[in-house]
Design a protein around this ligand. Structure first.
Ligand SMILES: Cc1ncc(COP(=O)(O)O)c(C=O)c1O
Length: 474
């Protein structure tokens, strides 16, 4: 048995670091070893319990109701507020859209109005549930355009959406005005605070300027907030909160149309581990309100130092002044973000490239955790080195013929063989023995030229080639 646990550690050595503060996307590190330990123990001890039936595992219901009650208080909900623990931000968003759709059963072609910066989870919801997304371009400051959203609402609209903040640019949409549109039309308004919901309330308490976005805003009917992000709990825990039980009702599913137990679910999963819920309960309780206020103070102080340091790097600029702990960086054209990202990886830091969207140039995304805050100065000096190398190298030059070819490709006309050929050209066919080429800049530069539909198709083909059965090594 020990051998396999050691093997797990060997396998994990190829992953991004989850702790230490040098991974600025995907992971959230409080830097609190005791809270991490409590989370790991709770996760392990509840791994086999089953959230399928709260009467069979009442401890899970107790923990869920306590977590929901705590979050409703944090987010200014009225006494009528209710909520559900889900497996993550995407599931919370999916359920918010599904509930909005199913609360209007007579509507033949339901739609939802989204700022163009809304998380891709809403596109997934649109795809799964047949709710047409009406995408409204954002303003120059990357916040939702309220007038354009109002104009986009029609009789088919079941939901309007705001982000607090958006993932890609880290800015909070004008929630008060978007919620007012919902009230005017008698429809729902969901605030996606998956990534900011555990930071912004504490930021406000610390005296930072935070525009209203919680249930204190009239017309906000539901909010998603992830515990596995800034509540620093192990992965697999988010909250979907509703202003009233009536708004939540359509989210629940029951089926007695078969000979077994009557299926009764509050979430998309049926059998589900109690582990992430127990871990979230234990970590939120361990860190506590004062602990989160401290962590938020640390990370916001880190953001201030980060923004001040970035101002000293002339090749980079902050795309939108961040309202929370996420920032997008653009370049002045002397270098590209893809080369910078590779240079950072080779120095032990992960930052996430974001490709061209809606005519806006690619950016580098940074999510700051509390554990990164003490290392901001080191991060800035490594970033300065990476930028210097990237300026010396210059932006990746894609051969104009190849660029024209990529721009003209129609994904619907491509066969599997075509995809094989394209993936092999950029070293993403696995033939090099590793999942990805060592440097991603050239691949990203090519993907950046591809229209969204081609990007999606290429990456789906890539994932398909990656996900193939392998001989076991145990
Ligand atoms: C604003 C926002 N919404 C939704 C999600 C999706 O969350 P998850 O990755 O936990 O499914 C994210 C993830 O970063 C997010 O930032």
């Amino acid at each position: 048995m020990t051998g396999l646990l050691e093997r797990l550690e060997e396998l994990r050595a190829h992953d991004l670091a989850t702790h230490g503060g040098r991974t600025l996307a995907y992971v959230y590190d409080s830097g609190l070893a005791d809270a991490d330990e409590v989370g790991r123990r709770a996760l392990a001890s509840y791994a086999s319990s089953n959230g399928l039936d709260p009467t069979a595992f009442p401890s899970l219901l107790t923990m869920e109701n306590e977590l929901v009650g705590n979050a409703l208080r944090l987010l200014d909900a009225p006494a009528t507020g209710v909520g559900t623990v889900t497996s993550g931000g995407t599931e919370s968003v999916l359920l918010a859209v599904q509930a909005a759709r199913d609360a209007r059963p007579g509507l033949p072609e339901p739609s939802m109005v989204l700022p163009s910066t809304a998380h891709a989870a809403f596109h997934k919801a649109a795809h799964y549930f047949g709710v047409r997304p009406v995408l409204v371009p954002v303003r120059g400051d990357f916040r939702a355009d309220v007038d354009a959203m109002r104009a986009a609402v029609d009789d088919s609209t079941v939901l309007v959406v705001a982000s607090a903040p958006s993932y890609a640019h880290g800015v909070v949409d004008p929630v008060t005005d978007i919620a007012a549109i919902a009230t005017e039309h008698g429809i729902r308004c969901h605030v996606d605070a998956c990534i900011g919901g555990w930071v912004l309330p504490y930021a406000a308490r610390l005296g930072r300027d935070v525009a209203p976005w919680t249930f204190a805003v009239d017309g906000v009917t539901s909010i998603s907030v992830d515990l596995h992000k800034y509540a620093y709990t192990p992965k697999g825990a988010s909250l979907l909160l509703h202003r009233t039980p009536a708004l939540r009702k359509a989210q629940f599913f029951a089926s007695a149309e078969w000979p077994g137990y009557t299926m009764l679910n509050s979430t998309m999963q049926s059998t589900k581990s109690g582990g992430p819920l127990a871990a979230a309960w234990a970590v939120v309780g361990t860190i506590g309100d004062d602990g989160y206020a401290d962590l938020t103070a640390q990370v916001l102080d880190g953001m201030d130092r980060l923004l001040a340091g970035l101002a000293e790097l002339p090749a980079l600029h902050v795309v939108a002044h961040p309202d929370s702990t996420l920032v997008a960086l653009g370049t002045d054209g002397s270098c590209d973000v893809f080369t910078i990202a590779d240079e950072m990886v080779s120095r032990g830091w992960y930052v996430q490239p974001q490709l061209t969207h809606d005519g806006h140039a690619p950016t580098l995304h940074l999510t700051l955790s509390a554990a990164t805050a003490p290392h901001v100065e080191e991060f800035l000096s490594v970033l300065a080195e990476a930028v210097t190398v990237a300026v010396e190298t210059g932006p990746v030059q894609v051969d104009p013929g190849v660029a024209d070819f990529v721009r003209a490709l129609d994904p619907s006309a491509l066969s599997d063989d075509d995809f094989d050929g394209l993936l092999a050209t950029v070293g993403m066919d696995g033939s090099s023995g590793s999942v990805l080429p060592e440097r991603m800049a050239e691949v990203n530069a090519l993907l950046d030229l591809a229209a969204p539909a081609l990007r999606e198709a290429l990456l789906v083909a890539f994932l398909d080639r990656l996900s193939r059965p392998a001989p076991s090594t145990w």
